[in-house]
Design a protein around this ligand. Structure first.
Ligand code: 2P0
Length: 321
């Protein structure tokens, strides 16, 4: 019997953000979050359990060592424990987007690793079980398991903190234009950053349910105006919390693009921004405005990565080794 399988998954962009945990080890978040899978970007991961001498992890053709390798092996151990095996693992993973681009490769990375590992060991897991396992690797990874637009339900314990699909990837054709401000790796990781608790977390929690309700409904109604308005509000709310922990992810160019988005809107071109734990700006728009937005931002000399909504994390036939 062959214990080998390959999966593909997409990173995601949150419209209502995850920032702060009520349980660090289990990665149980303080609030629900809502995101869209980015279909044009992917991670493919092949996992094989076999009679190897040692565990090997290769990411983007480089052999992983140190903490990066340890995080993957700790994750793989959960699967080994489930089936009571001591077989060693070979993990090979590739992204079609630069790891240093500020797009969370941990989300698509752990989602693909979850689906490939479960499939390699012939575990017949539900989407909910896969999402729970992915969350233990990296919180936002649980949102990359279901299809399209997904909501991570906070839950109270390991068994009820997972993501569900609000709408599939074909339901609402919106575009994320990722404006690259800086390609270097960020100084402070999200995991470390969100541990720096401060009083503004409470202020954010007081308004986040309203943002969730509007964003969830705007996806169902296919209403970019409401989605964008509340995504911008939620992004600024999260960055306020971050800044009060001494984490300034914005660069001058970040603000320049934010203002350009407002300017474009004033001129009748509908677009909205959101920003993750980094300086790059995600500009959301409909197909009809996409080329105009791209043209204007290219004039300001920024590189753009474009994506439409993506599907769920799934097994594919082409192995990477
Ligand atoms: C999000 N981020 O909702 C937010 C917005 C970053 C800013 O989820 O500690 O890498 O592994 O659970 O998943 C990034 O956090 O953190 C993230 P861990 P993760 O997309």
């Amino acid at each position: 019997m062959k214990f080998k399988s390959t999966a593909i998954s997409h990173p995601n962009i949150a419209f209502v953000k995850y920032w702060g945990k009520k349980d660090e080890d289990l990665r149980i978040p303080l609030n629900n979050s809502i995101s869209m899978n980015l279909g044009n970007l992917w991670t493919k991961t092949t996992v094989e359990f076999n009679d190897f001498d040692e565990d090997v992890v290769i990411i983007n053709k480089n052999v992983a060592e140190g903490t990066a390798k340890e995080r993957v092996i700790k994750f793989i151990d959960r699967f080994r424990n489930q089936v009571n095996t001591t077989l060693k693992a070979k993990v090979v993973s590739e992204n079609n987007f630069p790891m240093s681009s500020g797009i969370a490769s941990s989300a698509s990375g752990f989602a693909a690793l979850t689906v490939a590992s479960a499939s390699a060991l012939n575990l017949n897991l539900s989407e909910k079980e896969l999402s729970i396992l992915a969350r233990l690797g990296s919180g936002s990874a649980c949102r990359s398991i279901p299809d399209g637009f997904t909501e991570w339900l906070t839950g109270t314990c390991n068994d009820d903190s997972y993501s569900v699909s609000i709408a599939n990837s074909e339901y609402f054709e919106i575009y994320d234009l990722i404006v690259m401000v800086k390609k270097e790796k960020k100084d402070v990781s999200s995991t470390t950053g969100m541990q720096k608790f401060n009083p503004y977390f409470y202020a954010r929690l007081a308004e986040v349910n309203e943002n969730l309700n509007f964003v969830r409904k705007s996806i169902i109604d296919r209403n970019l105006k409401t989605l964008g308005t509340y995504a911008e509000k939620d992004c600024i709310s999260m960055h306020t919390v971050m800044m009060n922990s001494g984490l300034f992810y914005w660069e001058p160019e970040t603000l320049k693009i934010m203002k350009e988005v407002w300017n474009l809107r004033k001129n009748g071109i509908e677009c909205y921004f959101t920003i993750d734990a980094g300086p790059n700006v995600h500009v959301l728009c409909l197909h009809k405005d996409k080329e105009k937005v791209k043209e204007r931002i290219s004039e300001l000399n920024f590189e753009i990565l474009e994506s439409k909504p993506g599907g769920k994390a799934r097994v594919i036939k082409e192995d990477l080794f």
